[in-house]
Write a protein that binds this ligand. Structure first.
Ligand code: PLP
Length: 377
């Protein structure tokens, strides 16, 4: 029997059906999903409008390459530009977060003619770092060989950024809220220093909004809290509510030319349909406001329960750090209370529910959490 390459530790649950914030397994047991498969489920599982849009599109045309006009791409660019308040930025579509970041770094390197990338401690930007560097084809230039050219500076340290970003840098890449790194919110002063140093040195400022973007923080992109403008913003995860799609929003100072970037699947009919449905639902159901409201509600409830070392986050991107490893707490939540949560490091529970999560679901979690912590102590 052929085996799957065994790289993922698995929870012992097999979801076969889902609706809103709930999943059902093979036995018909219901689970509350407060993780959304790494922040992917933005408008809720199998939202009827989303299912209808994709079903209708599937019956029309699902794919053709980027050698023909695909008006859905323009519709997506228009809606995204308007909702994210970047109407003058151009959109390049791809298939995942890592790919979005690779394209952002390539563009930065092409634009500046430099190779050095500044990233930050605990940052996570995806797993395809070697792909472009390993391509032996003169037509497909690999300007950034990450491992050789990346310098890591401490996150949220404006002083270190002031010193460390020099005119050798092609790009500074940073998450507005570090996800995998433990739900660390970038301070306004830190992001403003990055913007200032990029302006002074000519480096391109890339905001990785793959996890913290798309309304999750209570603004479309989390760095918008600090009032800075990014040069390139990457996105994926919540963009397609489970349909693989990623993209970068690109400031008007970058000029496009044929062949500069490219992809086979990026911007296909189905992916655009999924992404348009997500934006329409987010707008019509006021889901970004709901992220703020429900984020506050959850945070207040968690504060009242207490017992944690630090509570971090914004909107529906919440990290609860305890002074003990949370594996057993999360297993109890999953197997006894049927609630999916995520983790960052060993000690931080990571919550990334759908932006449509409601108060009853939040209460279900808060009650289970207080029971688990009472048993634990
Ligand atoms: N950037 C951030 C901030 C992420 O959290 C992730 C994935 O977790 C990625 C990039 C990579 O995205 P993908 O797994 O879609 O390639």
């Amino acid at each position: 029997m052929a085996e799957l390459f065994n790289v993922y530790p698995l929870n012992d649950v097999e979801p076969v059906r889902a609706l809103g914030s709930y999943l059902w397994d093979t036995k018909g047991d219901r689970y509350l999903d407060l993780y959304g498969g790494h922040a992917v489920i933005s408008v809720g599982h199998t939202h009827p409008r989303y299912v209808q849009a994709l079903t209708e599109q599937l019956n029309r045309i699902s794919f053709y390459s980027n050698s023909v006009r695909i008006p859905l791409q323009q519709e997506l660019a228009d809606k995204l530009g308007e909702m994210s308040e970047h109407p003058d930025y151009a959109l390049f579509l791809c298939n995942s977060g890592a790919e979005a970041n690779e394209n952002a770094l390539k563009l930065a390197s092409f634009h500046t003619g430099r190779k050095k990338v500044i990233a930050f401690s605990k940052a996570f930007h995806g797993r395809t770092a070697g792909a472009v560097a390993a391509t032996d084809n003169k037509a497909i230039v690999a300007p950034v060989n990450y491992s050789e050219h990346v310098t890591f500076l401490p996150f949220n340290d404006a002083e270190a950024a002031q010193q460390g970003i020099t005119d050798e840098a092609c790009a500074v890449i940073v998450e507005g809220i570090q996800g995998v790194g433990g739900i660390q919110v970038a301070t306004d002063a830190f992001l403003q220093t990055l913007r200032k140093r990029c302006d002074e040195t000519g480096a391109v400022l890339i905001l990785d909004g793959v996890q913290c973007g798309y309304g999750r923080s209570g603004k479309f992109f989390s760095h918008q809290f600090s009032g800075i403008q990014a040069d390139i913003i990457s996105m994926a995860k919540g963009m397609g509510n489970g349909f693989p799609i990623g993209g970068i929003l690109i400031s008007p100072k970058f000029k496009a030319s044929y062949g500069l970037l490219g992809t086979t699947f990026g911007g296909n009919h189905l992916a655009c349909t999924a992404a348009i449905a997500v934006l329409d639902i987010m707008r019509d159901e006021n889901l970004i406001d709901n992220a703020t409201r429900m984020g506050d509600y959850l945070m207040n409830g968690i504060r009242q329960i207490g017992g944690y070392k630090e509570l971090r986050g914004r909107g529906l991107m919440i990290g609860i750090e305890y002074d003990f490893p949370v594996e057993s707490l999360r297993n109890t939540l999953l197997y006894d209370h049927h609630i999916f949560t995520g983790v960052a490091g060993k000690n931080t529970v990571r919550l990334l529910p759908s932006l449509a999560v409601g108060q009853a679901e939040a209460d279900q979690f808060l009650e289970a959490l207080s029971v688990c912590l009472a048993v634990q102590s």
